[in-house]
Design a protein around this ligand. Sequence first.
Ligand code: SF4
Length: 355
Amino acid sequence: MNPDAFNILGACFQDLVAWMEARFGKGAYHAAAVYRQVFRRGRLAPEDLAEFGPSGQLAGRVKAGICFRLPELADSFSEQGVTKLVFRLADGVRIESVVIPMATHFTLCVSTQAGCRMGCRFCRTGQMGFVRNLTTEEIVGQVLAARAVLGFDVRNLVFMGMGEPLDNFGHFTRAVRVLEDQRGLDIAKRRMTVSTVGLVDMIYALAGRRWSRLKLAVSLNAPDDRLRSYLMPVNRRWPLAELIRALRSYPLPAKGHILVEYVLINGLNDSPEHAGRLAALVEGLPVKVNLIACNPVPEAGFEPPPDQVIDNFRRRLVENKVFVRVRSSKGCGILAACGQLGRVPAKRPAATVVC
Ligand code: SF4
């Protein structure tokens, strides 16, 4: 591979225009033809670049100067319509993406880091530690590779795979710009959700972008600092008061909301009293709460609560006029459910599921 090649998956359209101008004296018209072909068709074939003239010579030189590499599919697992894709990156590091069927479309859960340094106790990825940040190319490449493997498009993206997206702010935000470009993949920001554990400084940085259509989800999981710091070490750095203050100032579109994710753990954070305190915490904030029963973590003694306990929690929130829904955890048996990414299961679903 040419080490000086232009890395198109990691590039915004304007970068490509600048490169084309500098290398070939061609501008936006020709750059758009290249961009379209790479991102819409998933390939770069000089014979299809009619815009570069009939000889194909210039198209061939352009192709030779561009690096276009998708993550390699190492393995895949399916259950209940959910597909977990394991990708091997150029340096051998493995990451995972999950395709989730919805009523009318498919959503792709995208990773932004290999491993994670946040160490949330209920999360398998957190337990494996941090390996490295993904590049823009590797984040965008998951979408193109998933489409190539599956043979169909994904309509929505959730940045809830391995890693904390805002801990890889530069590559994450650049990837959003590449993914949304209408000349390419054309996935509008309103069809993307970024989930964070609450890195307050980065929430302010994201707010500064004024990307109000990009949906923000916050993993809360406890209504007080003591319990939250136990579950999520990040809370010691950014306690709830600071997090809620950042969320109150976050720019939302008219009728927009912040998604609050709350993983319910049996006997730990799942009582009606916890629900009442959660309601008080988010009072006045436009939020929708997603309740997710945790997947078992035998090492930590975490079990999902019984259905009745989940329903009592939900009802207490409803009584306090909080919009809430209970989310089912699909793909548990193939370690593709919430908090389970980070270890490749045996070909047969693992008997003991560890989040
Ligand atoms: S829940 Fe998210 S932020 Fe927390 S350890 Fe897991 S991947 Fe990292």
